[in-house]
Design a protein around this ligand. Sequence first.
Ligand SMILES: O=P(O)(O)OC[C@@H](O)[C@@H](O)c1c[nH]c2ccccc12
Length: 263
Amino acid sequence: MTKKLVTQAIMQCNEQGNKAFVPYIMAGDGGLQTLKKTILFLQEAGATAIEVGIPFSDPVADGDVIQQAGERALAEGITLRKIMKELASFREEVKIPLVIMTYLNPVLSYGLQSIAADCEASGVYGLIVPDLPLEESGLLKEALKNSDVALIQLVSLTSPAERIEAIAKAAEGFIYAVTVNGITGVRSSFTEGLEGHLERLKAASSVPVLAGFGISTPEHVRTLGGLADGVIVGSAIVTALHEGDYEKVRTLINASKNQLTNS
Ligand SMILES: O=P(O)(O)OC[C@@H](O)[C@@H](O)c1c[nH]c2ccccc12
């Protein structure tokens, strides 16, 4: 099977001696017109891919920071359809893959028929749908089948070994290894078993493994990055962008560079 574009982007980054860095943003936080500027800034700052969050009224896995960003975006009247259209408008300028993170409901109301083609036209090469378990992902997988769009699976710290095996086998794009129990948001420490957990995941998976949840400092990026193929940073990025602290964003991204030797 040929590798999906998002897999290739991460592997290429690793081959150059860097860990992947995937910032999460809430699309429409600050208005739809800021989306292009934010994406082009993150690309220029060295992001490997970008996880674009779609605001949703019932975001069960989101902590405070992401929820509030979602509320700001919803107040702007942002929908998945508007975001896809906006992304398509500057698609030519985006050289790194975008990944959409949304709940099942917006995907279903968007409609499965045109989703694969529309994603590709918008530079979107992955979908993360946290409330769609592997067992129920058949229809969406079918809709994406002949496209370059990966359906990315999450693995939790409490996933039993058989489930990890099943997910690793079906994995496309990358595996999103959730590094804490609970919802998104900044944490000060990580559980002791994390290293072994990530090692097992990497061993079982043929696609890269990215660690996400609770990563908020350059030190976290280096430590967690060292245990995986890269990191996903949400709340810390959303806060920094909201406050206009672009230096903070750069410092976080830079911590993922030149990392392979000291892991
Ligand atoms: O905010 P954190 O703790 O850095 O975690 C990343 C996370 O925000 C982002 O990937 C995300 C936002 N909403 C989600 C819902 C489920 C899984 C993942 C997410």
